[in-house]
Design a binder for this molecule. Structure first.
Ligand code: NOJ
Length: 571
């Protein structure tokens, strides 16, 4: 009897564990959709996207089939860097709505079985943050040591910030210089001060207690600074990347990441994504090896940097370079039992279609091929808003630019005698405003984004490219994304199967299998505008094509421009 009771008890416990486990956040099998709130949907006619606007579009996202929404910053901010300059980590900026609006968004997201992660900016605050306002008053102010000051009040000669100009700014009230890796309005926090770390943990906890499902941590590899920053560095404009590398990882970076994990993330069922500025295949495992208990996932820039250099000078992406980069990151992360991030664009990049596809002649086909690659390659896929519609780069005039980094770049280019026309040519190809134009919802006024005057120009192609038109067209880019997302949900091996690439040196085709014990798929992507002679491998000939982006029966001996196919093959 007693024995029977024990068995029953064990079974109940097992069931409980199983059901609880079933609810554990499977971020590793999820698809992430990034929202840049300013440009997603305006609800009040002020021309700026807001939280209520996002809530009104949740059914669209659910219909698309994504799992996690990554929300770029909505905190209180003077918006010098569009919200990445935070003046209150625990408040919503009125331009985006109220805390109540945010709570509704969170609740409605969860009701639709999606998760929401917040973009959090731990490396710097706004210069209008109360901590900095205090810190700059005097060197004995209790907040002074929240920031980084040059003690001897001299400006080092090798100083540059990401957005151009000196990384040191003089504080008139004390005569000291403070350090800022980004704008002068974004002073870097002093992570070596335990009080700063406490404040950050408190803010992160505030949001987790509200029910958010995790964070994307902005420029996380930069939080711990080398003691000699930036001394001993000879900086030329073209050495931006070298500069970043030499700054990191600071000696305490991983210690702080582990501390943050222990103090905050380990206490919640949450997902933490890092923005891996400056990371490389040799260092990625230090961040994401599960046993190290730091971050869950980190995205890098080696794919997105293929199409431009640090000076925004665009270059043609070589398919072989793309293949090798994807494969290198896939294998290192698999080697440390982690996941890699499959990301071709975000709010800091020009549109992925312009760099990896052909936005004019093969707009739909190449956008669909990129969708297949994003959603079937091994790793956690990211969709940046509007890419699921095949949105493209815009051409802006200098006075229409909104992105501070582009504006500064044109100014600096001017100082070096580079004609404005040429600088604008680079900015139009590689600038961040390209990804920030309002989402094109329908063919009506301002693409359905706002009733008012949009903060950034709407792309003039919206009568052709918009969500409403694509919802009604089964051959559209949007439908292709939906079909792929359905396949991912249906077949576990597209989410977690092994990846094996064949024809690794093929200069145009990317071919790989995804397989596990009960399924096997072959995926073929033509990365170019040329048709390619190729004889299908036997597994494909014996298998069944379940999705492709050309309407005609597939040719067994040729792969057409930007053609992509998935074959379900026998095991
Ligand atoms: C990375 C963010 O993605 C970018 O938009 C921002 O300008 C910088 N970090 C500074 O916060």
């Amino acid at each position: 009897m007693h024995f029977g009771k024990t068995i029953l008890g064990t079974i109940t416990l097992l069931l409980l564990v199983l059901t609880t486990n079933a609810q554990v956040f499977r971020w590793d099998e999820a698809v992430i959709y990034q929202i840049y709130p300013r440009s997603f949907q305006d609800s009040d006619g002020d021309g700026i996207g807001d939280i209520k606007g996002i809530t009104s579009r949740l059914d669209y996202l659910k219909g698309l089939g994504v799992d996690i929404i990554w929300l770029s910053p909505v905190y209180k901010s003077p918006m010098k860097d569009m919200g990445y300059d935070v003046s209150d980590y625990e408040a919503i900026d009125p331009v985006f709505g109220s805390m109540e609006d945010f709570e509704v968004l969170l609740k409605e997201t969860h009701l639709r079985q999606m998760k929401l992660i917040l973009d959090f900016v731990p490396n710097h605050t706004s210069d209008e943050h109360p901590w900095f306002k205090e810190a700059r008053k005097s060197s004995d102010n209790p907040y002074h040591d929240y920031y980084l000051w040059r003690k001897d009040n001299t400006i080092p000669d090798n100083r540059i910030s990401y957005f151009g100009g000196s990384a040191w700014e003089k504080n008139a009230l004390t005569g000291e210089y403070y350090f800022h890796l980004f704008l002068k309005e974004q002073p870097d926090l002093n992570w070596d001060n335990p009080k700063v770390r406490e404040e950050i943990y408190k803010a992160l906890t505030f949001w987790l207690d509200k029910g958010v499902n995790g964070f994307r941590l902005d420029v996380i590899p930069l939080i711990s600074k080398s003691p000699d920053y930036p001394a001993n560095l000879r900086f030329k404009v073209t050495e931006n990347a070298a500069y970043t590398r030499s700054l990191m990882p600071g000696p305490h970076l991983h210690e702080y990441l582990r501390e943050m994990n222990e103090r905050v993330f380990s206490r919640y069922d949450c997902f933490v994504l890092g923005e891996g500025i400056g990371i490389n295949p040799q260092s990625v495992c230090d961040y994401v090896t599960p046993e190290r208990k730091e971050l869950n996932l980190i995205y890098h820039f080696e794919v997105t940097d293929l199409g431009r250099n640090a000076l925004y000078i665009p270059s043609k992406v070589s398919p072989l370079a793309l293949k090798r980069t994807l494969s290198r990151w896939d294998s290192v992360t698999a080697g440390c039992n982690a996941r890699s991030a499959v990301l071709f664009g975000n709010h800091d990049q020009p549109r992925m279609l312009n760099r990896f596809g052909n936005p004019r002649k093969y707009r739909t086909l190449s956008a669909q091929m990129l969708a297949m690659l994003t959603l079937t390659y091994r790793g956690v896929p990211f969709i940046y808003q509007g890419d699921e519609l095949g949105m493209r780069n815009i051409r802006l005039k200098y006075r229409e630019l909104e992105d501070v980094s582009a504006i500064n770049l044109v100014k600096i280019a001017g100082k070096y005698g580079i004609p404005r026309g040429l600088a604008m040519h680079f900015v139009n190809k590689a600038g961040r405003d390209n990804a920030r134009t309002p989402v094109q919802w329908n063919p009506h006024k301002n693409a359905g984004f706002t009733e008012g005057e949009p903060w950034l120009k709407v792309h003039p192609d919206y009568p052709l490219i918009n969500a409403e038109a694509q919802q009604n067209d089964t051959s559209s880019v949007l439908h292709f994304y939906k079909k792929l997302l359905i396949l991912r949900r249906k077949y576990p091996c597209l989410r977690n199967g092994n990846l094996a690439e064949t024809d690794k040196n093929h200069p145009r085709l990317l071919i790989y299998t995804r397989s596990n014990s009960d399924c096997n798929f072959l995926i073929i992507c033509n990365l170019t505008s040329r048709k390619v002679k190729y004889s299908l491998p036997e597994i494909a000939r014996n298998g069944k094509m379940i999705l492709g982006n050309y309407p005609d029966v597939p040719d067994a001996s040729r792969i057409l421009p930007f053609e992509c196919r998935i074959y379900e093959c026998k095991k």
